[in-house]
Design a protein around this ligand. Structure first.
Ligand code: SF4
Ligand code: SF4
Length: 135
């Protein structure tokens, strides 16, 4: 049994298709949805743990790639540098797990490592390099 944690970003034309159903039915995979979100532009994003036999997992990943679904593996760790953060909130809408959040009373941003799944979606959004990938 192989297990993989990934972020799947669906183009808007795929959002309404039962992709997860086909992964289960046709590729015999188990899907644990950790987080799901559809943006106002109707781009879909799923954070999932997929497990199954190695060959079936590979075939399922190929199926997703053929649908132009972007697949990002969750393998690395993330470090937030509080001293570099200017609390601009640019990263917050991109975090699928609310690991980065805003306290609306103080207007300060904070990072909860326990919630972070290292999807790296916040990294390019920070103009101050306050979020770093740790390998
Ligand atoms: S890597 Fe960034 S966007 Fe992804 S869960 Fe962690 S804090 Fe949120
Ligand atoms: S984008 Fe960077 S500077 Fe802005 S709140 Fe997020 S971590 Fe802080």
């Amino acid at each position: 049994m192989t297990k993989k944690r990934v972020v799947l970003t669906f183009p808007h034309e795929i959002v309404s298709q039962p992709v997860v159903y086909y992964l289960v039915k046709d590729y015999n995979l188990m899907i644990n949805i950790l987080r799901a979100r559809v943006t106002p532009q109707e781009q879909g994003r799923l954070v999932v743990e997929i497990s199954g036999k190695k060959k079936e997992l590979e075939a399922g990943m190929n199926y997703l790639a053929e649908l132009n679904i972007d697949i990002q593996s969750l393998t690395r760790d993330i470090k937030w540098h509080e001293n570099k953060c200017v609390h601009c909130t640019a990263c917050i809408p991109h975090c699928p797990t609310d690991a980065i959040s805003l306290d609306r009373d103080t207007m300060k941003v904070s990072f909860d490592k326990q919630k972070c799944i290292a999807c790296e979606l916040c990294i390019p959004t920070c103009p101050y390099q306050a979020i770093e990938i740790v390998i």
